[in-house]
Design a protein around this ligand. Structure first.
Ligand code: 13P
Length: 249
């Protein structure tokens, strides 16, 4: 089955609103020329202005996280409906930095996913093992637990827009990329887990690779049969770097 590659930039805690607007303007032409779906995920503060700047281009905008409740006394939080109203079409969920620094669990990812799907936003659900887990032979156990935990209670029909991002924690921001074979093997395994949950839809779910994706390794990673795109951190912050990755797709 052919799956449209999805290249997403996770800007994390970087770029002012103005810098984000300038970056999206610089990406408009490369995104229009690409066969891939191109997404940028600014800080919550930048979503509205960046989405405005991206309107009419081939670039979609996403949030980096959202709370599961829609509104109320939750100081400091934003909701899926606020992201949608600000122009977002995507939301990253369960990033390993959220799991590591902000106590995110499979259970809270599952609750957030419910809110995101209820708003008709496209979820980019992040999973991935630590180096200790991989070295301890627990890769499949961890990925399986994270996928099943995030998707618990949903029907295949509800998950028709789902995107999974496989990001080995040891490859994030370290300059150390998973080998092409390690990425393909993990992606194929994740797809087999998905098949057990959503049946035939597993062949339509896009699985992005993330972790030190750069211009010089993107093409090889993206050439793998089960690698359907990239979730890019550091190399998404400069127009030239991200453009090269978009072109590789
Ligand atoms: P880097 O590309 O900086 O390693 O970050 C990957 C990532 O965490 C994207 O979500």
């Amino acid at each position: 089955m052919s799956r449209k590659p999805i290249i997403a930039g996770n800007w994390k805690l970087n770029l002012t609103v103005d810098e984000g607007v300038a970056l999206v303007q610089a990406l408009a032409a490369p995104a229009a020329a690409s066969k891939a779906e191109v997404v940028v995920c600014p800080t919550a503060l930048g979503v509205h202005a960046v989405a405005k700047a991206a309107a009419g281009t081939a670039i979609g905008v996403g949030g980096q996280n959202c709370h599961w409740e829609e509104k109320g006394a939750f100081t400091g939080e934003i909701s899926a409906s606020l992201l949608k109203a600000a122009g977002a079409k995507y939301v990253i969920l369960g990033h390993s930095e959220r799991r590591q620094f902000f106590a995110e669990t499979d259970e809270t990812v599952n609750k957030r996913l419910k809110a995101v799907l209820a708003q008709g936003l496209i979820p980019l659900v992040c999973i991935g093992e630590t180096l200790a887990e991989r070295d301890g032979g627990k890769l499949e156990e961890i990925l399986s637990r994270q996928v099943k935990g995030a998707l618990a209670g949903f029907t295949a029909a509800q998950l028709s827009t789902l995107v999974i991002a496989y990001e080995p924690v040891w490859a994030i921001g370290t300059g150390r990329t998973a080998s092409t074979q390690q990425a393909q093997d993990a992606h194929a395994f994740v797809r087999s887990v998905l098949r057990g949950i959503v049946g035939g839809l597993a062949d339509a779910v896009r699985i992005q690779y993330g972790g030190s994706v750069k211009a010089d390794n993107a093409k090889e990673l993206l050439s793998q049969p089960d690698v359907d795109g990239a979730l890019v951190g550091g190399a998404s912050l400069k127009a030239a770097d991200f453009t090269a990755i978009i072109a590789a797709a």
